[in-house]
Design a protein around this ligand. Structure first.
Ligand SMILES: [Zn+2]
Length: 305
């Protein structure tokens, strides 16, 4: 090889190396456990992040069968964001272990438990795991309070900034714009939900606790026996009794639960079922975090007429 050829060859190799290594300089690779967290991350990170979610909004994040493809996704991540409070305890720790990615290990900047900024509700006074209790540290469905969405968005903004300090202003602007839009919406939803203040409902699972607290809605009964355990006939009979006593006819449930029990209750009490998404992606139309509440509020609103 003459010198000219050698220079050309070396240049070609360096160009190839540059393109091959380009992803290292490209967008931050974020993996989230839920579509809600993915949606919040995209609001703040824009084109500076490439976000993948492990579960979809139409799945119950308590019960996910971890696939090898999840491990691969996690293996290549710069940042893992999860809801915590044991929502993903059945499958996420195993994935983190199997992913062999030091970035996302506990204690690393690439490991973010979003519940760190949440004031949990419904912390059990006595925990009985033999009864299958899946909310040992309180209710993990906190993103159904849009105010918590702002807290978590701020946390994500801070962590993205820590990982990509050059983009500090970009993330700050993304957060501020999002918080402003969301705050305006929270006022709007609050006004529209005023008519529902005091509404009494039966729900399948305590998926709605943060939303109900925000808008003054009450559970009168739960279809499942305890969090994570399906109802027995005896329990359903108690729910029928409670619904009749309270003259409460509305049954709300996340659209991924079995509907047989709810149908049985509706039949026995003359009630009706409202099946709603609990997350972004829970139904096709809901593609953003704000869109999720627009959908839920517009469906609940009809109950006041
Ligand atoms: Zn739950």
């Amino acid at each position: 090889m003459d010198n000219k050829m050698r220079t050309f060859f070396l240049m070609a190799v360096s160009v190839l190396c540059f393109f091959y290594s380009a992803p290292a300089f490209a967008a931050l690779r974020v993996v989230t456990t839920t579509e809600d967290l993915a949606a919040l991350t995209k609001e703040i990170g824009g084109d500076e992040v490439r976000v993948k979610t492990l579960t979809r909004g139409y799945q119950d994040a308590h019960h996910i069968a971890a696939k090898p493809s999840y491990m691969l996704r996690l293996n290549r991540a710069d940042l893992l964001i999860y809801q915590g409070m044991e929502l993903e305890v059945g499958w996420l720790p195993l994935l983190i272990q199997g992913a062999r990615n030091p970035n996302v290990m506990v204690g690393q900047p690439g490991h973010l438990n979003a519940s760190a900024v949440i004031e949990p509700i419904e912390i059990p006074q006595m925990l009985d795991r033999s009864m299958g209790d899946i909310h040992p540290f309180g209710n993990p469905h906190y993103l159904l309070d849009p105010v918590n969405g702002i807290h978590v968005a701020r946390l994500i903004k801070d962590r993205l900034t820590q990982l990509v300090p050059d983009k500090k202003n970009f993330f700050q602007k993304g957060f501020e714009e999002f918080a402003q839009r969301l705050n305006a919406k929270i006022l709007d939803w609050g006004r529209r939900m005023e008519l529902l203040n005091g509404l009494k409902v039966t729900a399948y699972h305590r998926s709605w606790s943060y939303l109900f607290r925000r808008f003054g809605i009450q559970y009168i009964a739960l279809i499942e026996l305890v969090p994570g355990i399906p109802p027995t006939p005896k329990h359903l009979a108690r729910v029928v009794h409670a619904m009749k006593t309270e003259k409460a006819k509305l049954i709300i449930q996340a659209n991924y639960y079995e509907s047989r029990s709810a149908k049985f209750l509706a039949e026995k009490t003359g009630g009706h079922i409202l099946s709603l998404p609990v997350s972004v992606g829970g139904v096709d139309e809901v593609k953003t975090y704000i869109g999720l509440f627009d959908y839920i509020v517009s469906h609940l609103e009809r109950e006041s007429k």
